[in-house]
Design a binder for this molecule. Structure first.
Ligand SMILES: *Cc1c(COP(=O)(O)O)cnc(C)c1O
Length: 434
């Protein structure tokens, strides 16, 4: 097989062409842009069919992206280790929902789709760092899902330490448990301040000359290393159909960008539906209602509370505006509509959806009613309902079924230190830890 592997360029055109390894370890391009592939491999559908599990499919597809830099056996081992959980496609039956499928991406260790990106990225980074004989500290400010996926995904990876900052007392009890579970190579800090303090401390640490000797990285959703694994589950879910519509509960648009990469690589996708909550920058843009950014507002689907979606810049680099508007439709779903959808879907099909997935389900319902498109619609389910017991109770009148993974967390040892909300306090730790 002779093949041209993709290389990576900045969305802003500066900085030249780099390898995947460089793009992964740098995160942001030197000109402040995001890395995108300079070409997208053509991935034949034959590769997607007839795989007995997700890891096996991933092991066959990842070499199209990374085969030039990571040996195939190594990629297969990484896929097997990273994707050690099920990725089911669940058909809904009843009411307006027949023909709608739920792609459950929440069976990983932290019960959200962010496990896919974080686990793969961690293993790829560790692979490259060992080759260079270097160490790296991942510094993350988190208010929830990303932090636990990163902490868990990077835990125990050779050559990588993780430092996690979250606003003490300001995350839900379940979220806090997920953040402070004791993990090898991970230190969680309950910052005596707000999420904005945590973010400011991280930003200041990156710029601090005294920390020049500590190699820091951020592992956030702007890293290309998270996007490629997020294209795999689109290929997995669509393998059994001729053509499908995907509905993606969206915030920063990283998940959707993964789908667009899969489509550009040849996956037959009729349409993408970008399902947003009240933070509706992207639906407004797609509808031609302007592209002004607004401050984010709090909603029940809080992992999607993003005012300025960072991956918009990437979508723009990958697709022309015409193509974007032809291929993607945007919807905005309010909190009352989210609760009503959770109820409606449960009453009509028996399926318990979390609030993020419900935003996707409502967008899918509206799309089908408006367009009469009869392609199968696959709704990405981005989080397990057990992560949102209060909202499920409010919508359905009962607590969601417990998840064994979450239940086990309450018996796991924890490790967390308090931290003053200053970069000086953070630096003390980062320098001592060396
Ligand atoms: C992060 C997240 C999203 C949004 O994904 P983006 O890639 O930011 O668009 C949706 N649902 C859940 C549960 C998430 O954690």
């Amino acid at each position: 097989m002779s093949q041209q592997y993709p290389r990576y360029v900045s969305t802003r055109g500066g900085g030249g062409v780099v390898s995947f390894e460089e793009a992964l370890l740098q995160g942001l391009a030197p000109d402040g842009g995001l890395y995108v592939p300079d070409r997208v491999p053509a991935i034949d559908k034959a590769f997607l069919r007839a795989n007995s599990n997700f890891a096996e499919m991933a092991a066959r597809v990842l070499p199209f992206w990374l085969g030039g830099e990571v040996p195939e056996e190594r990629l297969a081992a990484i896929a097997e280790d990273a994707f050690n959980f099920d990725v089911p496609v669940v058909p809904l039956e009843g009411g307006e929902w027949t023909g709608v499928y739920v792609l459950e991406l929440f069976h990983g260790p932290t019960l959200s789709f962010k496990d896919f990106g974080a686990r793969t990225m961690a293993r790829l980074m560790s692979h490259f760092l060992r080759g260079r004989n270097e160490r790296l500290t991942i510094l993350v400010a988190t208010s929830g899902d990303t932090g636990s996926a990163v902490a868990d995904g990077f835990a125990g990876q050779e050559a990588i330490d993780v430092v996690l900052l979250y606003p003490g007392g300001q995350v839900s009890p379940v979220q806090e448990r997920q953040l402070i579970a004791e993990r090898p190579g991970v230190q969680a800090f309950a910052v005596q301040g707000t999420f904005d303090d945590c973010q400011r401390m991280v930003k200041e640490a990156f710029l601090d000359p005294e920390l020049a000797g500590v190699r820091l990285s951020s592992a956030n959703s702007i890293n290309i290393g998270r996007l490629i694994p997020q294209s795999l589950y689109y290929q997995w879910a669509a393998a059994g159909f001729d053509e499908v519509v995907f509905t993606v509960p969206s915030g920063n648009l990283g998940d959707l960008t993964g789908g667009v990469l899969a489509w550009l690589a040849g996956l037959p996708v009729g349409r993408f539906i970008a399902a947003h909550n009240l933070n509706d920058f992207f639906p407004r843009f797609l509808a031609g209602d302007g592209d002004d950014y607004r401050d984010s507002v709090r909603t029940l689907s809080n992992a999607m509370d993003v005012g300025v979606p960072s991956n918009f810049e990437r979508l723009r680099a990958l697709l022309s505006e015409d193509e974007m508007r032809r291929r993607i439709r945007g919807y905005r779903v309010t909190d009352p509509e989210t609760l009503a959808t959770m109820r409606k879907v449960y009453n009509e099909t028996g399926y318990v959806a979390d609030p993020h997935t419900a935003v996707g389900l409502e967008a899918a319902r509206r799309y089908r009613a408006e367009t009469r498109d009869d392609l199968p619609v696959i709704v990405l389910s981005t989080a397990h309902p057990a992560k949102f017991p209060e909202t499920v109770r409010e919508a359905l009148g009962f607590e969601p079924p417990v998840s064994a993974r979450l239940a086990a967390l309450w018996d796991t040892p924890t490790s967390v230190l308090p931290l003053a909300p200053t970069v000086t306090a953070l630096k003390e730790h980062l320098l001592v830890a060396r």
